[in-house]
Design a protein around this ligand. Structure first.
Ligand code: MG
Length: 164
């Protein structure tokens, strides 16, 4: 098996009265992301990148938002479940690169914490996980702070065969 690459995208609406979680890190912000789970958009984009690389569908198929089981779900736990599924299919994570598109809050100060959270869930060292952020220069709905989007790319490597 050769290494495999995958790409993921997600967007959620910002609303009052919800906590803001990005890459498993809670931000002190007046608005939070709306969704069935905790609506952690960058973690969702990362899961879709991983599932895409393995051609194993997407998170909507794995964790349907019609299932009450996933209501308010911690997306880091879902990411761990995706990593376990990948392992069952003979894959381990090579590296991942996540970009958050948000006008606010300031992401940069929390990046080391976010990388640690994701790397721990992926079971890889922190230096294999990148988290970046950009604003939309006040353009469009993200620029108007109506939502936060995220993109992710991930590389999967074949697990070494078990040695007996
Ligand atoms: Mg989502």
């Amino acid at each position: 098996m050769s290494p495999r690459i995958g790409f993921g995208f997600d967007i959620h609406r910002l609303v009052p009265g919800r906590p803001l979680l990005l890459c498993g890190v809670r931000f002190d912000h007046p608005l939070g992301l709306l969704g069935h789970s905790d609506a952690d958009a960058p973690t969702h984009a990362l899961m879709d990148a991983l599932l895409g690389a393995a051609a194993l569908g997407d998170i909507g198929h794995l964790f349907p938002d019609t299932d009450p089981k996933w209501e308010g779900a911690d997306s880091i736990r879902l990411l761990e479940a995706v990593v376990a599924l990948l392992r069952e299919h003979g894959w381990t994570v090579g590296n991942a690169d996540v970009t958050i598109l948000a006008e606010a809050p300031k992401i940069a100060p929390r990046v080391p914490e976010m990388r640690r959270r994701l790397a721990a869930a992926l079971g890889v060292p922190d230096d294999r996980v990148s988290v970046k952020a950009t604003t939309m220069e006040r353009l469009g709905p993200i620029g108007a702070r109506e939502g936060i989007a995220a993109q992710a790319a991930a590389l999967l490597e074949p697990l070494p065969p078990p040695c007996n």
